[in-house]
Design a protein around this ligand. Sequence first.
Ligand code: GLU
Length: 422
Amino acid sequence: MVLLCNSDVFDCIYSFILKQICERIPMYISNRLSLLKPSATVAFTEKARKLQKAGHDVIVLAAGEPDFTPSRAVREAVKREALEGPTCYGPTAGYLEVRQALVEYLERTKGLRVNTDQVILSNGAKQALFNALAALIDPGDEVIVPAPYWVSFTAQVELLGGVVRIVTAESSNGFKVTPEQIHEALTPKTRCIIFNNPCNPSGAYYTADDVRELTEICTGAGCAIVSDEVYDMIIFEGGPYLSPAVVSDEAGELTAVVGGFSKTYAMPGWRIGYLAGPEPWIKKVTSFQGQATHHPSALAQAAALAAMTGDQQVVEEMRQEFLRRRDFLLEAISGIPGLCVDVPPQGAFYLLVGVAGLIEALPDAEGSTDVSTWLLEEAKVALVPGVEFGAEGFLRVSYAASMEDLERAVQRIDEAVRKLGL
Ligand code: GLU
């Protein structure tokens, strides 16, 4: 038998009461975060991968992550950095050598002329985007977001207390917003627009003329432009790329370009992206990043440096392969009852498939989420529902997946749909 002295008894009672309190009172979560949902693209992918790990033969066409591997030169650079590079902290905005290479890369690839104080490297384009918005938005500020939109655009604005003003890009206009729509959406409270070209999830591509028109409307109203350009190297049709940042000097003063290396160089897991823009904006972003996360990993920076300065043929090869996959899907999906593609994507590696026919045919289905759940169960194919991108009635297919997976997925979807008697 164990004898308890007074202080032991007190400790026992104290921990018993503490345990009871902790179990009964839910953990306090801030108002800001309590309404935050997980990223749908990430959540669907993680769910599907979990099923795969548990032995289910699921084909994952959910997240947009290239199935290629980075070039040998890039991998060697990371290895060298790991074996020989410094392991201490570096500059918050990224190593000067990498920023200098980025400055040259931006001028070479899109004619954007900035200096090393106008760029900052981050843990992926997602962080670069959040940084850019954090430096811009006060609670109550309005942010124009053309829909369909990437899931994190709206979530990030709301996190910062901003008010999202959705402007719907109709499929009849190629999923592109018109200058008139933007004009109408501008109010005295508008702080910025999040512009994404080519667009995730629709693959819509704004031509140079489109970009000029939209940019002039924004600059005329003093509206900043946060330009997500992560798919700028994956364009199939529609002419050369134009960033709003190079439309005019005025536009350059109001635009921050969000970019990354995940999509162009197939290194999503290494988490490296950047922001380029006016110096005061980048300076504040650098303070913010210095407080929040500091610089991205030196290994990822070494990868980015090697990617930017290495042979660019790999980029063209991947683009060609994405084009081949897009064409395959367009052809294959057109033969499946209940599915349709109104707007062939002109860039990025996503496709919005209309599923109105399936929503009607499936008993109890109310929208794209139900169709996505049904396809996961019946066809074992994971696709993200369009409602998550502000595109109800559609499913997003990511064709950053092998041709073999795409062929099998299409076959399975076709079989499942035909069982419905369509
Ligand atoms: N951007 C990609 C997508 O839309 C990767 C996942 C994410 O970060 O959203 O699927």
